[in-house]
Design a protein. Structure first.
Ligand code: NAP
Length: 544
């Protein structure tokens, strides 16, 4: 498989043998952590597998890659100078624009000198007597630290599908999350793409414009809403910059880390005419959350959700000319229970003569052959296959490292029936290990940067608390953790989220326990709970 140009030799520097904090990952979490740790006069190293900062935005370079949160909201709030001086170009910036922002932050705060690039962490073990972690890298280095922070992101362990014959294929293959840095020219090629999540939905229209022929293999249709992307106007930038503090506060108190009007009505208490007018407005708004937050009960009532679902189905039928293709593109699960996508010309792309949709519910893939993809009814031949097949989400990046806590307990074993955390930040048996946006926190159900900043601040306050009180370690009690896991499950059970076979449920990885992993109670409520825990002397943790 062609992957990003990341196979250069290791970082030539040798990391220090001992620091206060080891951080894994130099995405938005790791960068902010490093900046704050320096401000606290704590020594730190960051290990990063890529050749530069940026995390998600370093790896996911597929054509059409963009964020689906608006740039002025999807940005750090910790530095007013940064907020004021940075100039975003687009409403929904492209991957290169976001990567440039990450690089600007790294330059501006001189972060790279403590980041060891091209360095994958392979193992970490806790020494109970010393209350230290020893973190090992693929290059044989070992660093000892009091604190160990996994800032590895929720969607970083990419996943190829379990389809027989994957290695037999003779043409070029690509995974959207490991796109070659130099780009790919599909001109004149017959291309097959497997997967119609956000990565597929964003890349399909762009690849379709280049390729001679594009065949899309769809197992589960996505709900996709038009992004209505555009250049930002100077007046709206100026307005946001003048009001940033109030906006940031509203982000922190909101449900998804995005201030939205709070709905007051049920979708079922208004007329069909009124409802459709509201949905139409939301469709035109170019927003991931506008439809879902239009009424109080769209994420909790099947009947209410059915009204929004029917609206989107109608839109798909209006846009896509071939009725069978339109029908195949209509999702059958409730809107919002798999992460919706924001697109540019996604449904319109199916009106092109060179684009074909294969509904895998009717004709499943049987195998990958030397020439292409064999479905139950026929073989398709390709010059290239793109896997837009997603990630071992939320837990993959954590369990891919051999993390051993007290008594050699492995995190993989501890989480064999699903991730178990307290607040999505820490896990019993693993003192002084912190996760940024871990399972059990709002994470992927939020504007990630808002949740990242909240977790980094909370974790560093906790570390500061230990230092000021002459304490060495903190670890959640099993009781607090069990109660938190129950709470996370209970909140999910009030919603429609568990109804879809989503990566949030672990459903895309065969054998992965079926557990709804993020905290669905909202960013603002969650923050309050975390703050209460801290205010009560880190209630639910044993400090020693
Ligand atoms: P994804 O949402 O998990 O989508 C993977 C796709 O591959 C799904 O359609 C899945 O079908 C399909 N697939 C997996 N295994 C398959 C198999 N064996 N046979 C056929 N189809 C198979 O992954 P993603 O598109 O990379 O997106 C993941 C998440 O990353 C998003 O939900 C979003 O949170 C984030 N993301 C965000 C943006 C953005 O901000 N704009 C862009 C990209 C990604 P099933 O659904 O049936 O499993």
């Amino acid at each position: 498989m062609s992957v990003s140009s990341n196979n250069q030799s290791s970082d030539p520097r040798t990391p220090p043998a001992s620091v206060d904090v080891v951080v894994v990952g130099a995405g938005f979490s790791g960068m902010y952590l490093l900046h704050r740790l320096r401000g606290m006069n704590l020594s730190a190293v960051v290990f990063e597998a890529g050749t530069d900062v940026g995390g998600t935005w370093y790896w996911n370079r597929y054509p059409g890659a963009r964020v689906d949160v608006e740039s002025l909201a999807y940005s750090y709030s910790f530095s007013e100078e940064l907020e004021q001086e940075y100039e975003w170009e687009e409403r929904y910036p492209t991957q290169p624009e976001i990567l440039r922002y990450a690089q600007h932050v790294a330059d501006r705060f001189d972060l790279r000198r403590d980041i060891y690039f091209r360095t994958r962490v392979t193992a970490a073990a806790y020494d109970e007597d010393e209350a230290t972690w020893t973190v090992r890298t693929e290059h044989g280095d070992a660093v000892t630290a009091r604190f160990f922070v996994m800032a590895t992101g929720c969607l970083s362990a990419s996943k190829l599908p379990e389809i027989p014959g994957l290695s037999r294929y003779r043409g070029a293959t690509y995974h959207t999350a490991h796109w070659p840095h130099e780009g790919v020219d599909f001109t004149g090629m017959r291309v097959g793409i497997i997967g119609t999540g956000s990565s597929g939905v964003q890349s399909i229209p762009v690849i379709a414009e280049q390729a001679a022929d594009l065949t899309v293999f769809q197992r589960t249709p996505a709900y996709s809403l038009p992004a209505r992307n555009r250049k930002l106007r100077p007046d709206e930038i100026a307005e946001m910059k003048a009001n940033y503090r109030a906006f940031r506060q509203a982000q922190r108190e909101s449900g998804f880390g995005l201030p939205t009007p709070i709905p007051t009505k049920s979708a079922l208490e208004v007329s069909e005419e009124e409802r459709n007018a509201v949905y139409e407005q939301a469709w035109e708004a170019g927003s991931l959350v506008a439809i879902l937050t239009a009424y109080t009960d769209l994420t909790t009532s099947q009947e209410a959700n059915d009204t929004a679902k029917a609206f989107v189905h109608r839109k798909i039928h209006e846009i896509v000319k071939d009725p069978q293709t339109a029908q195949d593109l209509c999702p059958d699960y409730p809107l919002g229970t798999k992460r919706p996508c924001l697109d540019t010309n996604y449904y319109e792309t199916y009106n092109r003569d060179n684009v074909h949709l294969v509904n895998l519910r009717r004709t499943p893939i049987v195998e990958i052959t030397e020439r292409g993809v064999r479905c139950s009814d026929r073989e398709y031949e390709f010059d290239a296959i793109v896997y837009a097949t997603g990630f071992d989400a939320m837990t993959g990046a954590l369990t891919n490292v051999d993390i051993r806590g007290k008594d050699g307990l492995s995190i993989k074993e501890a989480w064999h029936a699903g991730p178990r955390t307290y607040l999505g930040i820490a896990s019993a048996g693993f003192p002084n290990l912190f996760m940024i946006t871990g399972p059990g926190s709002p994470s992927v159900l939020s504007n990630m940067i808002v949740s990242i900043e909240q977790h980094v601040d909370w974790v560093l306050d906790a570390i500061d608390h230990l230092g000021r009180n002459g304490l060495k370690a903190m670890e959640p009690t099993l009781e607090a953790q069990d109660a938190w896991v129950d709470h996370v499950n209970e909140i999910a059970s009030y919603t429609l989220y568990p109804k879809a076979n989503s990566w949030c449920m672990g459903a895309n990885v065969p054998g992965k326990p079926r557990v709804f992993m993020p905290y669905a109670g909202g960013v603002g409520e969650y923050r309050k709970k975390c703050d209460e825990v801290a205010a009560r002397g880190y209630e639910g943790f044993v400090l020693s």
